[in-house]
Write a protein that binds this ligand. Sequence first.
Ligand SMILES: Nc1nc2c(c(=O)[nH]1)N[C@H]1C(S)=C(S)[C@@H](COP(=O)(O)OP(=O)(O)OC[C@H]3O[C@@H](n4cnc5c(=O)[nH]c(N)nc54)[C@H](O)[C@@H]3O)O[C@H]1N2
Ligand SMILES: Nc1nc2c(c(=O)[nH]1)N[C@H]1C(S)=C(S)[C@@H](COP(=O)(O)OP(=O)(O)OC[C@H]3O[C@@H](n4cnc5c(=O)[nH]c(N)nc54)[C@H](O)[C@@H]3O)O[C@H]1N2
Ligand code: SF4
Ligand SMILES: [Mo]
Length: 582
Amino acid sequence: MKSSITACPLDCYDACSIVYDEGKLRAFKDGHTHGFLCPHMNHYKRHLRITTPRYKGQAITMDAALEKLKEILDANLKSETLHYRGSGNFALMQGVTDHVFAQMGTYLTNGSLCDGAGEAGIIEGRGSNKNMPLSEIAKSEVVVFWGRNPHVTSSHLLPLIKDKTIIVIDPVKTKIAKMADLYIQIKPHTDIFLAMLLYRFLHIEDSCDDAFLQKFASEHEEYYELTQTIRIKAILEDIGMTLGQIGDFLHLVVGHKTAIVCGVGIQKYRDGADVMRAIDALAVGLGLFGKEGCGVAYLGDSKEAIAMPFDTKKAKKVSKVNTPFDEFKTVFIQGANPLAQMPDSNRVEDSLEHVENIVYFGLYENETSAVADLVIPAKTFLEKEDIRTSYSHNGMMMMHKQVESEIGISEYALAAYLAEIYSIELQSETAYLEHFKNHGVVKIDGSFEVENRQTIPYKDGFDTDDGDFVFLEEFEVPQKVQEDEFYLITPKFPTSLNSQFYRNENVYMHSSLGFREGERVKLLSSSGEVVLPVKINDDLRNDCIVIYSGTPGVNNLTSSKHSYEGKNAIYQENFVRIKKIN
Ligand SMILES: Nc1nc2c(c(=O)[nH]1)N[C@H]1C(S)=C(S)[C@@H](COP(=O)(O)OP(=O)(O)OC[C@H]3O[C@@H](n4cnc5c(=O)[nH]c(N)nc54)[C@H](O)[C@@H]3O)O[C@H]1N2
Ligand SMILES: Nc1nc2c(c(=O)[nH]1)N[C@H]1C(S)=C(S)[C@@H](COP(=O)(O)OP(=O)(O)OC[C@H]3O[C@@H](n4cnc5c(=O)[nH]c(N)nc54)[C@H](O)[C@@H]3O)O[C@H]1N2
Ligand code: SF4
Ligand SMILES: [Mo]
């Protein structure tokens, strides 16, 4: 009999198990969800989905849509076709289309709109990206939220941290900042200085974990020298901190089981990898790796320790960050809304305009479905078989089909259709699901987890060639805003999942900037402009504005350049000017 337990498919740290019960989604009582369902899943059924396929605005049947897809794919060379897949659904079977398109000879994408810079930094320092799971954060005494907003993006962490000492480092006074034992309202893009200063004082106070450094970080003296190049007083003033706060931080952390929980907020910059490395280096100084309840959590790799059965090796790839859509005649977009979510929307729009055929395969209407020639509705996670893993815990969750529906087509069914036409070898859906499932193991407590993932990673040293941590050897001084410019902070919004669900439509700023609530202002950057109504929020610094991810037009302002490492988007590198509209 089919189980009614499934999992949320969304790109979210928590990766919750969910109960599907007589047409309703309910929270799972056990495990980290503690019987609590977030707004996205509470309102899931209210979001109107695309029900009918269409071509050039005309409704057609699914059979006709698939026929049309074949016609479109046959009209041009496969090397003139791009398959662009986003993160609208995080379950593993989504990737089956990558396999088929790759065998057909089309282009795929690489790079990241999300966590790539931070991940590159982690890999440079530690030799691999193994994450500290939720179950270990639960055992720590001190939790440092560094560029992570748990009330919005990882709410299931909150019950785990109730009695712990909380430190928050964020330019925005978030809900967790208001509850924190120590809050540092840091100037954006200056975390690298803070992390290095903390390391320096850790060393000066003789509070480093010397035994750990001897064993796993032989270059630590050289790194200390690098931290000495920072001018303490000038930098503290610049980033908006006092020496007292440095002391407070170290006092709260040294000698305690500490989890540094980083988010993507710290790395939406060109040097995002280096920022992450400086934070990792601080954790090394504190000896936080390989010990129970200690470590650095970030977005781990949800596919860690899973051999992908989908072969994309031979496919040529273009970057997701500045995709040259105009070099392709056909672009097949799956589970993504690039017109809203990629950086530099004006560039994306211009580039997509030159494409002969845009195919959109998704659930919801959005900026991208509006310009697509062929729209193919997908099935929801309740209507197809799938399985998922997470980037913040080690669980593996089966996602059985819960309901039959006439609407849409699953990723597997679409891949099977193409495989048949183009004579591509494809295993059965069950075989792929079994393949993934075979990477799981039942733990003593009954949970089903990915096998071969370490609960406490780096116990026996780092995964670098010699087991030693690789410290940063140099760093770039980030640019500062000029007098009439502001830092753009573009984080996640509670009721949307990027551009899905209820999106925000405002710009947030401090009252001292002199704008009125509701007043429409023009925001300009070197990439473009957008007009938005003002919301006043005195939890912001007065050198920042906030426009949430998913806000229509936010990415008119962002740059399509890459991070130096990790091929990642750099949403917060551009500065913004504000103009009154008369
Ligand atoms: N409700 C909701 N949940 C989501 C998502 C969503 O859209 N909505 N998206 C999902 C996805 S795709 C991802 S990748 C995760 C990301 O989730 P998080 O990692 O939490 O990412 P953000 O909200 O982008 O940024 C987190 C915090 O970083 C802060 N920040 C910005 N700039 C800086 C800086 O220079 N220094 C420091 N120290 N902090 C800074 C922001 O103010 C914000 O509070 O969330 C997932 N969960
Ligand atoms: N300004 C700014 N821009 C950002 C960010 C930011 O913080 N600020 N965050 C970046 C980050 S971290 C990320 S991860 C990206 C995310 O950007 P995208 O990958 O574009 O993700 P979504 O906006 O969630 O849109 C995904 C679409 O997927 C479709 N979809 C959902 N489920 C399914 C399914 O089961 N099958 C199929 N075929 N389609 C489905 C829905 O129609 C939805 O509209 O945005 C990035 N863009
Ligand atoms: S969006 Fe996140 S918190 Fe909400 S149900 Fe899905 S995984 Fe859980
Ligand atoms: Mo993301």
